[in-house]
Design a protein around this ligand. Structure first.
Ligand code: SAM
Length: 291
């Protein structure tokens, strides 16, 4: 059976871009992100609506039904932005897997001027992103290369070999909002490649759904959240992959070592200045690891 992303633009990529567009206009500093490109590359009517507080509340009610998801996406954006802000020249290649409407290659173009950047995504979503950027006369940095791929069906190693990818350079791999939509085989392929196709001290940043938290949350029984998951399932983009147990045990198989892992409580404290375990959806974790 064909998945949605084989025939249409990714619904979750559009959703996360909409959250960043909304958050860009938020007045509350906790809810504000700095993705000034997001409002430009969402469909024009959404660009207009996100400018008004009333419509931002309405859009969040319509599209962000699962409690704590919006806060999670905001905190995740800020965490990953902070990594890009602190990047130094030692990072020679940045690979953004499942890039969707990620705008960091544009937003951090000065910081990344000497870095090779690769964005990998499903072909239709990637093409629509390129068209939207070009359509808005935003310059695509010369050092950004687009690689279209279906991680579940195509060989990532082959795709990188075809473009003469240098396997010995220090890299930053980013998998933001991706692991949960893959399967064990494609996860193994990606994490093995991160180990084999990168120089020493390369970094990987990713987020995942914690199986043990999902078991505890039992949120799928809440009618509103059930509806949300039904919509994603119908669109063929229901989260499927989770990680059980300690993240270091998962990473050790790929010769990777955890530097930092942020759960909902730490994200809430760091980005919303709140000691609140429930503010951010508890099932998500963001990880930075090193080779
Ligand atoms: C939730 S979106 C995240 C997009 C972006 N990283 C962000 O945070 O805004 C998931 C992304 O993963 C991509 N994706 C999901 N499954 C994929 C697959 N099998 N092959 C390639 N890309 C995939 C989708 O096209 C989409 O862009």
């Amino acid at each position: 059976m064909k998945s949605r992303i084989e025939g249409k633009v990714s619904i979750t990529a559009q959703g996360t871009c909409l959250v960043r567009a909304i958050s860009y206009y938020e007045k509350d500093v906790n809810y504000k992100t700095n993705d000034h490109i997001a409002p430009i590359i969402v469909p024009s009517f959404l660009n207009l609506l996100t400018k008004y507080g009333f419509y931002r509340v309405l859009l969040k009610k319509m599209f962000l039904k699962a409690p704590g998801n919006c806060e999670y996406l905001i905190a995740r954006t800020k965490f990953i932005d902070s990594i890009f802000e602190s990047i130094d020249d030692s990072i020679e290649q940045v690979l953004i897997f499942g890039a969707g409407f990620d705008s960091r290659a544009i937003r951090f173009k000065n910081k990344l001027a000497k870095t090779k950047i690769f964005e990998l995504d499903a072909p239709i979503t990637q093409q629509i992103k390129i068209d939207r950027i070009r359509g808005k006369n935003i310059e695509i940095p010369e050092n950004l290369k687009f690689i279209s791929i279906d991680f579940k069906k195509e060989s990532l190693a082959k795709k990188l070999d075809e473009i003469g990818f240098d396997k010995n350079k220090k890299c930053l791999f980013l998998l933001e909002g991706l692991t949960m939509y893959l399967n064990q085989e494609s996860i193994d392929n990606i994490f093995n490649l991160v180990n084999k196709y990168s120089g020493e001290n390369s970094l990987i940043v990713f987020d995942y759904v914690s199986a043990s938290m999902v078991r505890r949350e039992n949120t799928y029984n809440d009618p509103k959240i059930k509806k949300h998951y039904q919509v994603l399932a119908k669109a063929g983009e229901k989260p499927s992959f989770m990680i059980d147990g300690y993240i270091q045990d998962f990473l050790a198989k790929y010769n990777l070592y955890v530097i930092d892992e942020l759960d909902s409580a730490r994200l809430a404290k760091r980005y919303f200045n709140k000691d609140d375990f429930d503010l951010i959806a508890q099932k998500f974790r963001v990880v930075m690891a090193k080779k």
